[in-house]
Design a protein around this ligand. Structure first.
Ligand code: ADP
Ligand code: MG
Length: 240
């Protein structure tokens, strides 16, 4: 479903992604770990082409990433992304946040978009807040709306870049619970997070990155109990 072959990316002189090779089959949940600056966000951003790459190839469901135009809008619909900062439209209500792109990009009717949005808002536990504005919601609620908004496009893949890092601790679980249920339903997910509880509960696979390279690629149990590299042992020593 997600496939990267020989992906290289530089920011000026900085080599931020070094020959990344990664094949994620449909339904797999991959947790990406690594120290700050190791290239985790850049990896996510290349997959929905917020960042172009210098070398290599990225495919989603077998199709190479388009570089511009209509193809790019379609790609962004198929590859949902949830960021640390919730990025909701501040001047639109919750329901409008969720219906906007399906109407514009997927050409859904207003009725169809609203009924699907309400289903998704129910699912993330925010239906009662549908007419409020983002600033009237807690961080955890806003992040759940951001997830619903991505899901409204019927994505094939969901990318999460530290979705709980900006939240107060008591709100972390309400967001992780939504992600766990999504994982259980078979969504293909790439999740950058340091939440070990999520990794243990939901991940099929752990990728550990350091200095722009994939250093370990294994199952969660092996990674947490028997990390092979010095870098991973050092990292786990700091976060566990
Ligand atoms: P992580 O998410 O693992 O913390 P990032 O992917 O954000 O790492 O960053 C990887 C490296 O690339 C860092 O050294 C960061 O400073 C650098 N970087 C990220 N984005 C840019 C950018 N737009 N321009 C220049 N350097 C960048
Ligand atoms: Mg990051």
């Amino acid at each position: 479903m997600i496939s990267l072959h020989g992906v290289d990316k530089h920011f000026g002189d900085l080599h931020v992604l070094k020959d990344i090779n990664l094949d994620v089959p449909a339904g797999q949940v991959v947790v990406v770990l690594g120290p700050s600056g190791s290239g985790k966000s850049t990896l996510c951003r290349t997959i929905n082409r917020l960042e172009p790459i210098d070398n290599g190839e990225i495919r989603i469901d077998g199709e190479p990433l388009p570089s511009e135009g209509k193809g790019l809008a379609a790609l962004r619909a198929e590859v949902g992304m949830v960021f640390q900062s919730f990025n909701l439209f501040a001047h639109k209500t919750i329901i409008d946040n969720v219906t906007l792109a399906p109407m514009k990009v997927r050409k859904k009717s207003k009725d169809a978009a609203r009924s699907r949005a309400m289903e998704l808002l129910e699912r993330v536990g925010i239906a009662a807040q549908k007419d409020k504005y983002p600033a009237q919601l807690s961080g955890g609620q806003q992040q759940r709306v951001a997830i619903a908004r991505s899901l409204a496009m019927d994505p094939k893949v969901m990318l999460f870049d530290e979705p709980t890092s900006a939240l107060d601790p008591e709100m972390v679980n309400e967001v992780l619970d939504v992600m766990v249920s999504l994982a259980k339903e078979g969504m293909t997910m790439l999740v950058v997070t340091h939440e070990m509880g999520f990794a243990r509960k939901a991940a099929d696979r752990v990728i550990f990155m350091a200095d722009g390279a994939v250093v370990e690629d294994t199952d969660p149990e092996s990674f947490f109990t028997r990390p092979e590299s010095e870098r991973a042992r050092d990292f786990l020593g700091k976060i566990l």
